[in-house]
Design a protein around this ligand. Structure first.
Ligand SMILES: Cc1ncc(C[n+]2csc(CCOP(=O)(O)OP(=O)(O)O)c2C)c(N)n1
Length: 679
């Protein structure tokens, strides 16, 4: 392999190069740094050259080229301290190489092998590594901008003078995540360096079709944020300016927006080509090649001799070849279903805490508030974020008085930026903190849906990073609050591997399960039914205690039928049974939907032979359907009748009381229960 490959690319540039005079002379840096920067840019360029060959040989499947943009990755990574986090994109190979990740691991990653960073579970640059303080992208581009906010917030809270750098292309600046992340960082004075690589095209879309302002740096003013334009092809400018910015941001924490002007010299990815890019642009930017121009400067200034250049290239060729051999020699990733299933969640050992016997008769809302307060006392690294949760105490007053107890640093009012806050919660977790986010209403989670189902849910499976995040979800109908303040949308999440879903129906359960959810290092959606907040009381231990996830509770025992429900449905079932003492039923409150205690359901069905599942959400695709299917598959021979699901109508939840009553399944439940008993 190899000794010849690096020469193939450089003539491509030379052919088009009417040398462009980049001003390198004004940067007063040591020769050592200058040579180091050259070597750091050379390595990703040469790796890419090799990858392009391997791609043509069908040995790797996809390649997103950063050729021509190396000065940005290398300049930023060199200016940052190794303990500072960088969140790169798909064209930032130079960050990975400057952070000195062993090449065989990168090559294995790209070949989907176990020595990579994802056990073959994700491709290309979609991985993070705590060892190198790099947090890779997810395909959706924007969410990592908010993750950077959370990482920087953790540094601030830990009083570390550190900067977090996050990358985006100019195309992804059109995503809402960009706006939200910049806004949050500005409001909270977070030391995040937002690096926009403006390389002219987002896939085939030129900048003029992407945004209207002249420079993306102009957007800084809209967020009250300092911003700069940097020539992204001039390594000395990138390094010097970013170094100065980082030094200043460490001392005076604040976000800074930097627009690097550069160009994407190859296709979006190799298969897509550059037909839509005018040749004149490619020629102009070829003349500005960051490596070629810099090399010429180093030669002219006698900083680097031709012999040294050849020596460096040989060294890198050997490094690439040796590491490629290692990666190619590695076996294909082993397929082991048990291991795959066991990698979705971080392992957790339930720590039971049993309270003493002193109780208070309190409402659901008080139990949740107590549980949250005690978890804040227990975990010094726990931060709560949400809209209006600080001085105002939240719209349901669950965090009333928390600011006085824990301060505004840990009880954080957020702008209306659901997506950035979910992402920031992830960032806090990555940087060693715990986060609880209060969704003002569960309905609004749709505005933060992407990071929940794609970032929080998938990180552990993808690269072993857990999301120590609880999202509290005030939910449910019965209060005539209409289609956008009444939904119970747990099915959006029970569908997604990687999330846990908790849905208590009683104050006692809510307090203990909340404590456990906060202890759990995995992402938990914690549903709190609003109609139950103030309508029911129970004796609840005053002390802190925990209850296990994945254990249903058998509320009533009977002989003839099994009733399964959760949330408000449990109370409808209880009311129904109280009105009909002749019905002898097992009543199971699931309490958590993921993990799901299906064994308790099976045991009961095997005894009663009949099952009815009551669910507040509309029928199709809800947890009731899956429970029904599982019981059919596993208990068929015990069933004396078809399993029945009772749920809301297949409509959005309406506002008017009469319509809402008609929508909800409470009234229909008794009729179907009696029919099933008579079957
Ligand atoms: C949410 C989302 N929409 C669309 C895409 C498809 N896509 C992937 S990269 C890309 C272009 C990104 O352009 P830009 O942000 O400028 O970065 P560049 O590729 O130019 O470096 C598009 C449209 C995606 N991955 N995610």
């Amino acid at each position: 392999m190899g000794a010849f490959f690096f020469v193939t690319f450089i003539p491509f540039f030379r052919k088009h190069c009417d040398k462009y005079n980049m001003d390198y002379s004004k940067y007063n840096l040591s020769q050592e740094i200058k040579i180091n920067l050259y070597k750091s840019m050379l390595k990703p360029r040469m790796i890419e050259e090799k990858m392009l060959i391997l791609l043509r040989q069908g040995k790797i499947s996809k390649w997103f080229s950063g050729i021509g943009q190396e000065a940005i990755s290398v300049g930023v990574a060199t200016a940052m301290k190794v303990e500072e986090y960088i969140l790169p994109m798909h064209r930032n190979l130079g960050i990975f190489t400057t952070r000195k990740i062993p090449l065989n691991r990168l090559f294995s990653q790209w070949q989907g092998k176990a020595n990579g960073f994802t056990n073959g579970r994700d491709r290309s640059f979609h991985f993070g590594t705590q060892e190198y303080n790099i947090v890779g992208m997810i395909s959706h581009l924007g969410p990592q901008l908010g993750v950077a906010d959370g990482i920087a917030l953790a540094d601030l809270l830990k009083k570390k003078k550190q900067v977090t750098a996050v990358f985006t292309g100019e195309g992804a600046t059109s995503e809402g995540d960009f706006h939200e992340a910049l806004n949050v960082a500005a409001v909270w004075d977070l030391p995040v360096l937002f690096c926009v690589e403006n390389n002219g095209y987002g896939l085939s879309t030129p900048t003029r079709e992407q945004f209207k302002c002249e420079h993306l740096a102009d957007k800084g003013i809209g967020y009250g944020m300092e911003s700069h334009i940097i020539d992204g092809n001039n390594i000395l400018e990138v390094y010097t300016k970013v170094d100065a910015l980082c030094k200043s941001m460490r001392e005076k924490p604040r976000p800074v927006l930097v627009e690097f002007k550069t160009f994407r010299m190859r296709g979006h990815e190799e298969a897509s080509g550059t037909k839509y890019v005018p040749q004149v642009l490619l020629d102009q930017w070829a003349a500005k090649d960051p490596l070629e121009n810099y090399l010429e400067y180093l030669h002219n200034e006698k900083i680097l001799s031709e012999e040294e250049e050849v020596t460096y290239k040989k060294e890198i060729i050997h490094e690439i070849d040796d590491n490629l051999k290692l990666a190619f020699a590695e076996d294909e990733v082993e397929v082991d279903t048990i291991k795959e299933l066991g990698s979705v969640y971080k392992d957790v050992v339930f720590e039971e805490v049993i309270p003493n016997s002193i109780v208070n008769n309190i409402r659901l809302i008080d139990a949740i508030s107590d549980g949250l307060r005690q978890s804040m006392e227990k975990h010094e690294n726990l931060v709560i974020m949400g809209q209006d949760i600080a001085d105002y105490g939240g719209v349901f007053k669950i965090t009333d008085g928390f600011v006085e107890a824990f301060g505004k640093e840990r009880i954080r009012n957020t702008p209306i930026c659901e997506s950035a806050i979910v992402s920031a919660a992830m960032g806090l977790s990555i940087n060693g903190m715990k986060a609880v986010m209060e969704m003002q209403f569960a309905d609004f989670v749709s505005s933060g849906f992407n990071p929940v189902v794609n970032y929080l849910a998938k990180s552990h499976y993808r690269w072993g990073e857990n999301a120590d995040v609880v999202i509290r979800m005030p939910c449910g109908g019965g209060l005539a609050a209409g289609p956008f303040h009444s939904q119970t949308n747990e099915a959006w999440f029970t569908k997604t591997p990687g999330l846990k879903v908790v849905y208590p129906a009683f104050p006692y359960d809510a307090k203990g399960l909340l404590a456990t959810s906060i202890n759990d290092p995995n992402p938990v959606l914690f549903f709190e039914h609003k109609a139950l907040y103030r309508s029911l009381r129970q004796n609840v231990p005053v002390d802190y205690y925990t209850l296990p996830l994945g254990k249903a509770s058998l509320l009533k025992e009977g002989e003839n039928i099994t009733i399964v429900s959760y949330g408000a449905g449990v109370h409808w079932a209880l009311e129904t049974l109280e009105g009909h003492p002749e019905i002898s039923a097992d009543l199971i409150d699931l309490r958590t939907l993921q993990p799901l205690d299906i064994e308790t359901v099976y045991t009961s069905v095997k005894k009663t032979g009949k099952l009815i599942i009551l669910q507040e959400d509309s029928l199709f695709g809800g947890i009731a359907s899956d429970i029904s299917a599982m019981v059919m598959e596993n208990c068929f021979e015990y069933l004396d009748a078809p399993v029945k699901r009772v749920a809301s109508l297949e409509t959005p939840i309406p506002f008017a009381k009469s319509l809402e009553n008609n929508y909800l399944p409470k009234e229909r439940f008794l009729t179907i229960l009696i029919e099933l008993l008579a079957y």
